[in-house]
Design a protein around this ligand. Structure first.
Ligand code: ZN
Length: 135
């Protein structure tokens, strides 16, 4: 490390949804309340910031895989393609969950659905050569 480099730490959200300190800034921004993530230059972000809500709830992710694992969904504005993929996967997962209702898992259905949606989403991404997921 250069002595002249100012030490700047960034707080990012990890796959477990908990914040951690990182030396490198996040590649994606998110909203804690809306549970959404998007590009840092997302056109919907300035609108939120103008309303004064956004900054306090702003979170950052190192990459897309982390955001998804933490339970955030892609932004419909700046990531429309991925949002559609995610939405389709979620609908499919919900449909599957409806078809097999196990009484003891009622409280956990939401969690299962999210995991299934995520699995579906990553399967979809696997066929898109332009998507790079890096840790
Ligand atoms: Zn966006």
């Amino acid at each position: 490390m250069e002595a002249r480099t100012t030490t700047k730490t960034c707080t990012l959200i990890g796959p477990d949804g908990k914040p951690y300190t990182s030396a490198t800034p996040g590649m994606l921004g998110g909203h804690r309340g809306l549970k959404g993530y998007g590009r840092l230059n997302c056109p919907s972000a300035p609108r939120w910031i103008a309303k004064g809500h956004y900054v306090a709830h702003r979170v950052f992710f190192a990459d897309e895989a982390t955001a998804l694992t933490a339970g955030y969904r892609p932004c419909a504005v700046c990531l429309p393609e991925r949002y559609r993929t995610w939405k389709r996967a979620r609908e499919r997962a919900r449909e599957q969950a409806r078809r097999r209702i196990v009484p003891n898992t009622i409280g956990r259905t939401g969690e299962t659905t999210n995991q299934q949606a995520q699995a579906e989403y990553f399967r979809g991404m696997h066929h898109r050569p332009c998507v790079t997921v890096r840790a």
